[in-house]
Design a protein around this ligand. Structure first.
Ligand SMILES: [Mg+2]
Length: 340
């Protein structure tokens, strides 16, 4: 997997990462410190060497602190075990690999060290070749961890975003709405939402086919994203329906953003590979009344959207948020089904 070509300074390519892999060494014994520093440099690592756990902990709290750590177990201040515990408690979005150095008489406590979060250990006095091999192992583990984290982030993005438009998915948008309304209630700020539905979208699919329909959806999503304010959220709520969540929003803001979206769609036909498609949207908007439930809020925006459809489409209707008479837990917003 890794090509270990010998380089001129005796280091190998997997030790020579770009930029050079930095190793943090915390060791209170001056002789070991010097040996470690010299060897690490010979092998192409950058070494940050400190003489106690307190100094090490200060470095570890900085952003982008080293990922590969050689920690002595017994040190003044914070010892290696306690450092391991603190590192694992940090639970950052990246991994730090800990190689614990132990004295011979501490070896019986190695399990304790590993339980505290160390990845590996080495007993002093250690063999230089063994140290080098264990650092390579650490590098391999770190590379795998980075790949895992990247894969997890990609999955997280896929799970929360709509694949076609790149907007927030319906579930993620509803989650954002809930948290935004809670945040707004705490900060005494109003939240606005806009339900945006492409008019007669079925005709686009029927006339030009679904691929063109997809192109229209993508371009509409892009224009909506550009029309809202930079701190608003836009999700794909259903087939051709979008939900914009406007933070700190007055009724005047809501209408202004809604009109901006409406004209962004209607002013210019959407150019696709097969045709220039004229599109319009109907928009229902609402500013949350204090203490409103997000389902009441969605229902009110949905009614406003229905009204915009009923009164001729390509228009904005701002509604009122009335409390729902009964909120049963099976309540589902009907939006996205009945509009055409
Ligand atoms: Mg020591």
């Amino acid at each position: 997997m890794l090509n270990e070509t010998q380089l001129s300074n005796g280091s190998t390519q997997n030790e020579q990462t770009k930029p050079p892999q930095t190793v943090l060494v915390a060791e209170d014994d001056a002789v070991f410190r010097r040996v470690l520093e010299r060897q690490l440099k010979n092998w192409g690592y950058e070494a940050i060497v400190v003489q106690d756990g307190t100094e090490a902990w200060e470095i570890l709290q900085q952003p982008n602190s080293p990922e590969l750590l050689i920690l002595d177990w017994m040190m003044p201040g914070i010892d290696g075990l306690e450092l391991c515990r603190r590192i694992r408690e940090k639970q950052e979005d990246r991994y730090q690999y800990v190689l614990l150095l132990t004295g011979k008489d501490e070896k019986e406590h190695v399990i304790e060290g590993l339980n505290s979060g160390a990845d590996d250990y080495l007993t002093k006095p250690f063999d230089i070749g063994e140290l080098r091999a264990r650092l390579r192992t650490g590098n391999r583990i770190l590379a795998l961890q980075r790949e895992l984290i990247q894969a997890r982030e990609a999955l997280r993005f896929e799970a929360t975003h709509d694949a076609l438009t790149g907007l927030w998915s319906r579930g993620a948008a509803l989650h954002l709405l809930g948290s935004e309304m809670q945040r707004g209630a705490r900060a005494n700020a109003s939240t606005g939402i806009l339900m945006i539905d492409l008019d007669h979208f079925k005709n686009v699919n029927d006339t030009y086919g679904h691929l063109t329909g997809d192109e229209v959806l993508k371009e509409a999503a892009c224009r909506i994203g550009q029309a809202v304010r930079s701190y608003d959220f836009v999700g794909r709520y259903g087939g051709e329906e979008f939900l914009a969540i406007l933070t700190n929003c007055t009724p005047a803001d809501l209408r202004m953003v809604a009109e901006r979206i409406r004209t962004a769609i209607s002013d210019l036909p959407i150019r696709t590979k097969t045709a220039d498609v004229k599109a319009t949207v109907s928009i229902g908007g609402i500013v949350a009344s204090k203490g409103a439930h997000d389902l009441e809020f969605l229902a009110a925006a949905d009614s406003a959207l229905y009204e915009a459809k009923r009164t001729g489409r390509n228009r904005v209707v701002i509604g009122k948020c009335e409390p729902l008479p009964v909120l049963d837990e099976n309540f589902k917003c009907s939006s996205g089904i009945a509009h055409a």
